[in-house]
Structure formats: C-alpha cells, structure tokens
Design a protein around this ligand. Structure first.
Ligand SMILES: *Cc1c(COP(=O)(O)O)cnc(C)c1O
Length: 432
C-alpha cells in the first residue's frame, strides 16, 4: 500500500490557477508549503484519519485541519447533527439554546472558566481577551513568549511563531509600532526573564498570555515549575494569567492543559476543537472579569455570526464524543506509539532528532535538542525536515508543512495507521 510515485497533476493545475486568484494561492499562508518546498496537494474530501486529494491519492492525516478534527474528519454523528441543524437555518443572530448547551459544556470542562463568550476564531478570542485584560487591570502592557502564536491581531505579531517564522517575517509590515510597543516578550520556559520584566514594569503589566504547551514553534512542553512560577508571579504583581488553549483545549485533556498540569489561569481562550470543524472561538474565565464584557459591562466586543447554530452544533457533538470513557487514554496511547516510534527510527537511521507528545499532540525536531524554547527549535535542520516532509507525502502520509508546527492525531487513527506511518518513516529516513 506504500505508494512512492504519486501523480498530482490536478493539484498542480488547480494550485497554479489559484496563484492568480488569491495571494500565494491560499487563504492562510502555511498551506502554501513555502517552508518545505514543492507544491501543496489540493484536497477533495476528508474522512476519519484520511485525506483524498483531487488526483485521488489517499493520505493518513496528522494535521487534522490544524487541530479541530480530534474525532476524525467528518465523524458520522457530527455530520448527522449538522444535517438536522441545517434544516432549522444557518444563522440566527439572536439567542439560541444551543449556545447555553455548549457554554455549559465548556464551563463544566475547563477549570478556570465560569463564564464564556463565543466568537468565530482563535484570533478573535485572543484579541478580545487582551482588551478585557487591559480593561480589568487598567494596565496596558502584556507579556507574551517568543514563538507563541495568538492569532494575527496587531498586538500579538511580535515573535509570533509558526506562520510568521515559516515565512521568515520578523514582524509584519502594516503593524504600527503603537500597536506592539506594549507587547513585551520573553523566551519560553524562562521564569527569570519574566521576573525581570515585572520588575522593570512595576504596576504596568496587565498580564501574561501563553500557550501552556507550545504548538506554534513546533511542540514544546512547559518545564517543571514554569506554569506554577507564572501563576505565582502574576498573583504577586496583580496581573492576570491567560492560557491560550486554542490548540491545547480539549486536546491535551478534556479540560485542556490547565487540567493536565493543575494550574488555573484567570482567563482562557479556546478555538479549533470546540468548533468541531466549523468556525468557533471562545474566551472565558473568572465571573468577575467576564462580567465586564458588553452588554453586562463596558468592554465592547460583538459578532454577527458569533454563536452560530451550525458551529454550536458541531462543537456540542464533538465534545459529546470526546466525553466517552477511554478517549484520552486511547489518544495518548497511539500518539505515544507514533512519537516513540519516530524517535527510535530516526536513531536507527542516524538522524539527530528530539521530540515528544502529550495526549493527541506531538512533535519531532531535526536537532539533537533539548528544545525548551524557540531559539532551541530554530537549531533544527529545516532543509532536512523539508525532504522528510516531501518523502512522507509522496508515500501517503500528510504532515504539517513546517518544522515549526505540532502534529495532531485523532481517535479515528488506528494502530494500523500508526504502524503504516512508522513503516513509511523508516523508508524515508533511511533514504535521507
Ligand atoms: C490556531 C491558534 C490561534 C489562532 O486561531 P485561528 O482560529 O486560526 O484564528 C491562536 N492561538 C493558538 C495557540 C493557536 O494554535
């Protein structure tokens, strides 16, 4: 079943035409494969753990539409629920009971969340949470970490990880200095640097925002004591701690990284999984803070399609599926098998690598490591990663097209899928 010579004529035609229609031929930059070289494949359909491209080639997928597909693509129960919801209309722009249902599920699941506001993307959740942080503390400065991505809003486009890193844009043109001069940055896993920023900016820092497990600089877990240290520092300085769990929420554990590590932030952003493949983001947290959001309070934030009934339906059904006993044990088991297998094969074939996994999130860097932050991650041999990526793709395994992205599994991935992926990886790594 290992196919080594795939035909991608139709993909190439469609992507060539797309170049004239949309900047770079895509609707989001990393999809264009710039950092791994070669042409992207153009998708026709997705189901379970698999993708089919427009030329009819089949791939085992480890991107999962960048995280949402944790139940596998097009899960029959999600699709059935959507069909039913579709009959009742595609958008209300008014209160619906579905919002209560998903809100209750999110509040029950995520330890820090007492109240939640739904938006349409992770970007929107992060830009809204920043406004709320500033309003609540009456302070303007915010600390983020190098290599962490919090969406593409101006204030966060400073050392912003994967998409930006992939394209080698230091910052983005068009972002005014005034938008980022309140954004302070520190290396991930470096508590001393954060401490120093708090000392230098006494009573000026609204809060700290981070990916509790980094996925946007490749997969980087927090060192022991890092999250605890941030909780203590923010408490000590009257600042808020915000976990951006857009990627890790409902993936690292049902209650996210905050449940897994037992650290409760003040505010949390969500996205990806909670939309079950439709556009949903959310921010939530302490009741006293969320009560400041309009119309309960003065902090303005709104959305025509926010709380959309189709999106709520996909989210509700996805979370229901994730509640089945054994789900996270299974995700952890197959992902560990994949991660351990890749590390072993790289060792057997003489490639210096490092990596790991937590639950359904994994990563592999082409450097001997260890990788504690973005500087370490950048030591990776990205040219080799590009060849590895291409080799895997040509043999039917779809990995994220950048060294600086995490990999994702779903509970639709079987032991056989993992075995086949590892066989392909051995084949590819032996030939690099
Ligand atoms: C994907 C992501 C975002 C942005 O979400 P979009 O829905 O792409 O706007 C923000 N933060 C993190 C941690 C993410 O992984």
């Amino acid at each position: 079943m290992v196919n080594t010579t795939i035909k991608t004529t139709k993909s190439q035609e469609i992507f060539a035409a797309a170049q004239n229609l949309m900047p770079g031929g895509v609707s989001s930059p990393v999809r264009a494969f710039k950092s791994v070289g070669g042409q992207p494949i153009v998708f026709d359909r997705v189901k379970g753990a698999y993708i089919w491209d427009v030329d009819g080639n089949q791939y085992i997928d480890y991107v999962g539409t960048w995280g949402p597909a944790i139940c596998g693509h097009a899960h029959p129960e999600v699709i059935a629920a959507l069909h039913e919801a579709l009959e009742k209309g595609t958008s209300f722009g008014a209160p619906s009971f579905l919002e209560n249902v998903l809100a209750e599920m999110v509040i029950d699941a995520v330890p820090s969340i007492e109240m939640v506001r739904f938006v349409n993307s992770g970007t929107e959740a992060c830009m809204s949470v920043l406004r709320l942080m500033r309003a609540f503390t009456n302070r303007e400065k915010v600390i983020k970490f190098e290599g962490c991505y919090h969406g593409h809003a101006d204030m966060f486009l400073v050392k912003a990880g994967s998409g930006v890193a992939t394209l080698g844009l230091p910052d983005s043109p068009g972002v005014p200095k005034s938008a980022t001069n309140s954004t302070l940055t520190a290396p991930y896993n470096d508590l001393e640097a954060v401490k120093a920023l708090f000392e230098e900016n006494r009573d000026e820092i609204a809060g700290v925002i981070l990916e509790p497990v980094v996925g946007n600089a490749g997969f980087i877990p927090p060192d022991a004591g890092f999250l605890e240290g941030l909780r203590e520092l923010t408490n000590e300085h009257g600042a808020l701690l915000v976990f951006d769990e857009v990627m890790t929420g409902f993936r690292i554990a049902y209650g996210g990284a905050q449940q897994k590590f037992g650290i409760t932030p003040d505010l949390t952003t969500l996205g990806k999984v909670i939309g079950g493949g439709l556009p949903v983001g959310a921010y939530g947290g302490r009741r006293d803070i969320l009560s400041m959001v309009a119309p309960a309070g003065p902090v303005y934030q709104a959305g025509t399609l926010s709380g959309n009934p189709l999106a709520m339906t996909a989210g509700i059904k996805t979370l229901e599926l994730l509640q089945k006993p054994g789900t996270y044990e299974y995700l952890d088991r197959i992902t560990q098998k994949l991660s351990d297998g890749l590390l072993q094969i790289a060792k057997d074939t003489g490639h210096p690598v490092c990596g790991g996994q937590i639950s359904a999130m994994f990563g592999l860097f082409f450097t001997s490591g260890p990788v504690h932050n973005y500087e370490d991650a950048k030591k990776s041999d990205t040219a080799k990663f590009g060849r590895f990526h291409r080799g895997m793709l040509e043999r039917g395994v779809y990995l994220a097209p950048s060294q600086f992205e995490a990999g994702f599994t779903s509970f639709a991935h079987t032991e056989e899928d993992i075995d086949q992926t590892l066989a392909v990886a051995r084949d590819v790594l032996s030939s690099l």
